[in-house]
Design a protein around this ligand. Structure first.
Ligand code: AMP
Length: 546
């Protein structure tokens, strides 16, 4: 009989794909390389020691395998340390989206069953608002950038730096199953309450390798390699800052963490630290280019991936005029996130700016191992003719296996064994995907989701409203903003301003994302319907764009 195809020598090491191996066995070991947090500097040697110290602190505070450690912080060296230390001890890192409303933050803390919360002093007012109602958190650790420790009624287990300073720099990180959950965070990219997505060690390691493969092999432009200086401008609480901090650490490059995203600080760090590689949503790029300091700056040599929302051609051309090597990436919370990157070949770089911009704004070609299809309603793959639109469905080794504790929505996400993105796209002969529309009924304002259904529901509560439809309209500054088309009851009167104020009250009380204050209201006589009587959002969007 032939030997089994999966026979293993009993003493052979079955190497698990664990996050610790990204740290300990990088492409190059650069112990003196820098990690910068605003005006503070650390080395990679210190990073490793601090990760071991943090692991000791966490275990001393009672955190064990399978527990959940939540973080509320802006982008910092501390966050990077948590990216490694928390999963490396077998716990789950919950990166809390600090831009959610306090009620949504409370919901995610309870839903994820957080055991410990590391919180930046800036967010203590939010914690004060919700703390009596948090069910599971047993301890709090203070992250503080201020010269003094702020007053608070919360009893902290300690302040991060002082806890670390008295902990040992030695920790023996264990091996365990690579399929163990490493991270969790919440997306509002679905309707209803935020939904938890989760990723295992194996998925994060393979995503790191996939991203490194596509960025490292780029021939024309947009490569990320050992000579770069990296600064994220997509928050670390959102899809692991697109997974780039793991890639940067693996490559041993200098990393710069900017804290809260303030345009003058971002521009200052860009110049001072000679940053060469970043990623952000279009709204941030727009904000940086409009800042008075950017006019005098030389931004050439800055490679910048734009994602999270479509980049307009005009924004792309403006960035190119500043010398920025700007190009597109695509993915979603559910996909770890990166699925495609729009790199240009050396031949494409010979094209005039206008033509180049068209390619740079496309959604791009797939990463290695990504099986991405564009299909019709019957799952038939559509031709690569750059004009037949269909839904993007996908398989890759790094997609969330479902929504946390939500089997019904998870089944819908994975209908037919492919993850459904809810994005509509075309693909050209060369394999470049371009998103043209969205099936999901959501609007993306400044990189954050606003649910049109939720907004419709709130507007419909106003006694003068007979019918309402909310759509997203393109906006130069915010990417998109919500527009409510409202039919008023025949016996009632209300103004556009009054309705906008009605919604603002929901935002003020923390019930809904504050971005809804950008809502525009337009009173109309009728709202277009489809043949089956549903609101025809495609027609409404088309009409409003004319
Ligand atoms: P999120 O889960 O918040 O990261 O949002 C993911 C969604 O953002 C995707 O499903 C798309 O609708 C949208 N998106 C992300 N990247 C792009 C892009 N490059 N172009 C257009 N839309 C994008």
């Amino acid at each position: 009989m032939s030997e089994s195809l999966i026979f293993r020598t009993p003493s052979a090491y079955d190497y698990p794909l664990l996050i610790k191996n990204l740290l300990f066995y990088p492409v190059v070991d650069e112990p003196d390389q820098e990690i910068v947090y605003r005006n503070q500097r650390f080395t990679y040697r210190e990073l490793r020691q601090r990760i071991a110290r943090l692991a000791n602190v966490l275990t001393t505070l009672g955190i064990k395998k399978g527990d959940t450690v939540a973080v509320m912080d802006w982008d910092s060296h501390r966050y990077l340390e948590c990216f490694f230390a928390v999963p490396m001890i077998g716990a789950v890192l919950h990166t809390i989206n600090v831009r959610l409303s306090p009620e949504q933050i409370l919901y995610t803390i309870d839903h994820a069953e957080d055991d410990l919360l590391l919180i930046n002093s800036e967010f203590l007012p939010i914690l004060d608002q919700i703390r009596g109602r948090i069910d599971t958190v047993q301890g709090f650790v203070l992250l503080n950038d201020e010269p003094t420790i702020p007053e608070s009624t919360i009893e902290f287990a300690g302040e991060y730096e002082s806890l670390l300073s008295s902990a040992s720099t030695e920790f023996s990180f264990p091996d365990f199953d690579e399929n163990s959950r490493a991270t969790t965070f919440y997306t509002t990219g679905t309707t209803g309450m935020p939904k938890g997505v989760y990723f295992s060690h194996r998925q994060l390691v393979l995503h790191t390798m996939g991203v490194m493969g596509v960025l490292g092999s780029a021939a024309g432009q947009g490569s990320f390699n050992r000579s770069d200086v990296y600064m994220p401008i997509t928050p670390m609480f959102h899809v692991h800052a697109w997974g780039l901090p793991f890639v940067a650490t693996m490559l041993g490059v200098k990393q710069v963490y900017p804290g809260r995203y303030l345009p003058d600080i971002l521009l200052e760090l860009l110049e001072r630290e000679k940053v060469t590689f970043s990623h952000c949503v279009p709204t941030i790029l727009h904000m940086l280019l409009k800042h008075p300091n950017s006019a005098r700056m030389d931004m050439s040599g800055w490679k910048l991936i734009i994602g999270g929302a479509a980049m307009s051609k005009s924004l792309c051309i403006e960035a190119m005029k500043h010398g920025i090597d700007v190009f597109t990436g695509y993915g979603m919370s559910e996909t770890c996130p990166i699925l495609t990157i729009s790199h240009l070949s050396p031949e494409m770089l010979e094209l005039p700016d206008e033509e180049q911009a068209a390619i740079r704004c496309k959604t791009g070609r797939t990463l290695p191992l990504v099986d991405l299809k564009i299909v019709d309603e019957k799952f038939n793959e559509l031709p690569r003719d750059d004009k037949t639109p269909g839904e993007i469905i996908v398989r890759a080794p790094w997609l969330t296996q479902g929504y946390l504790k939500d089997h019904k929505t998870s089944e819908r996400l994975w209908d037919g064994g492919y993850l459904h993105t809810g994005d509509v796209a075309v693909r050209d002969k060369q394999g470049y995907v371009k998103i043209t529309d969205r099936i999901k009924d959501l609007i993306k304002v400044a990189g954050e989701w606003v649910s049109s259904l939720e907004l419709e529901d709130m507007i419909a509560h106003h006694p003068a409203v007979s019918e309402v439809a909310v759509i997203g309209i393109p906006d130069e500054k915010w990417g998109e903003r919500p527009l409510a088309l409202v039919v008023v009851k025949h016996d009632a009167t209300v103004t556009e301003k009054e309705l906008a104020h009605h919604i603002k009250e929901y935002a003020d009380t923390g019930v809904i994302n504050k971005h809804v204050v950008l809502l525009k209201v337009k009173l109309v006589d009728t709202i277009d319907k489809t043949s089956v009587g549903k609101i025809n959002k495609v027609a409404l969007r088309e009409k409003q764009s004319q």
